[in-house]
Design a protein around this ligand. Structure first.
Ligand code: NDP
Ligand code: TDO
Ligand code: MG
Length: 301
């Protein structure tokens, strides 16, 4: 059965992955700035009203974590209120809404992976704005899924893995925090999960498929682990080795405070949707391969 998805954002990692991964029977309508600005209610309602779709994916967001500390109002307008506007549109169109949220809604103090119903407690402005978005969606449109994902990387846009590959071009050593734990997640794997979930939501009205779901790559890592895996993969493509100096958060001051442990338990997704994302190291290797192949002009693997 064909599936028509209206997606917010034009150039983001998840948007790009959705466009690239859509099978022939999936039609993606991407809506973004300047026509659709999430902060402008009328633009969101008008833009989505005219997109003929079976489901809406809210993949656009203000994602500059450190900058959000000094632009908290803007982050809130886009991530908090903006998500509410998208939910209003989904309610008006009577279609399911799949909304992307983040591990940064948690404070990071729990000594185990977070489950969907664990208490939230964001430590930074970006996290607070994303949590407000979750609340606005839940209050506006019951027919929704909030996918909390984390540490997203891909060949598209800006992300930590591409930052490491760029730093590695000129440095023999990079210092990276080793005391923040999370789940690196490929935007491509997120896109594939969104297609499965959207189809189910369109076909099946059951409440057990709705609500909050944790959707991350399998396996835990620190940022230092991600950096090491990135450089190890890059070596296979002829890059010189880069050493990772494992440092602590205290040695890498940033504007935003990030959770020390934001690992997310994915069991609910496995049980209710029968879905598990691939192990992060596997997807990371494909990503690095693609980024480096694209650079040398060779065919991507
Ligand atoms: N990146 C990550 O590590 C993680 C992301 N998430 C969530 O996943 C989702 C997708 O993230 P990702 O693909 O990485 O995001 P990106 O930062 O790659 O892209 C963000 C997209 O949002 C668009 N955007 C920003 N502000 C607005 C606005 N006011 N109106 C309309 N569009 C806007 C950008 O458009 P433009 O091109 O015009 O700037 C861009 O297309 C987001 O909800 C994010 O919060 C969750 C966990 C981790
Ligand atoms: C570039 C760099 C970062 N770091 C640290 C800073 C920080 O603690 C950690 C990650 O840095 P980044 O700024 O790349 O990642 P950050 O922007 O915090 O990534 C977050 O983005 C938002 C959108 C999310 O929703 C989160 O899930 C998460 O992916 O690594 C180093 O230790 N060394 C470095 O050279
Ligand atoms: Mg960042």
């Amino acid at each position: 059965m064909s599936l028509r998805l209206a997606v917010t954002g034009l150039t983001g990692q998840v948007v790009s992955a959705l466009i690239e991964r859509a099978a022939k029977d999936i039609e993606i309508t991407a809506l973004g700035r300047p026509q659709l600005d999430l902060g402008l209610r009328n633009a969101v309602l008008a833009g989505l009203r005219h997109a003929r779709c079976d489901a809406i994916v809210n993949a656009a967001a203000y994602t500059a974590v450190d900058r959000a500390e000094s632009e908290a109002d803007l982050a809130m307008r886009v991530n908090g209120e903006g998500a509410g506007h998208v939910a209003e549109a989904a309610a008006e169109l009577n279609v399911p809404l799949l909304h992307l949220s983040t591990d940064y809604v948690f404070d990071g103090m729990l000594p185990r992976p977070y489950r969907e119903d664990d208490p939230t407690g964001p430590t930074c402005a970006y996290g607070r704005s994303k949590l407000a978005g979750e609340h606005n969606i839940a209050a506006t449109h019951p027919n929704h899924v909030i996918l909390r994902t984390a540490w997203v990387y891909s060949p598209f846009g800006a992300n930590f893995v591409k930052t490491m590959l760029r730093l590695g071009e000129t440095r023999a050593e990079v210092s990276v925090v080793a005391d923040q734990l999370g789940n690196p997640t490929s935007a491509i794997d997120i896109a594939d999960a969104i297609f499965v979930m959207a189809r189910r939501l369109v076909e099946d009205p059951s409440p057990s498929l709705r609500g909050v779901f944790h959707v991350t790559g399998q396996g835990d890592a620190s940022w230092a682990d991600v950096a090491e895996a990135t450089f190890a993969a890059a070596e296979k493509f002829g890059r010189k080795p880069v050493r990772v100096q494992r440092i602590s958060t205290a040695d890498y001051p940033t504007a935003a405070r990030r959770p020390a442990n934001s690992r997310l338990d994915n069991e609910k997704l496995a049980i209710r949707y029968g879905l598990r994302l691939p192990p992060w190291r596997q997807s990371l290797e494909s990503c690095v391969a693609r980024v480096l192949m694209d650079k040398t002009g060779s065919r991507a693997v």
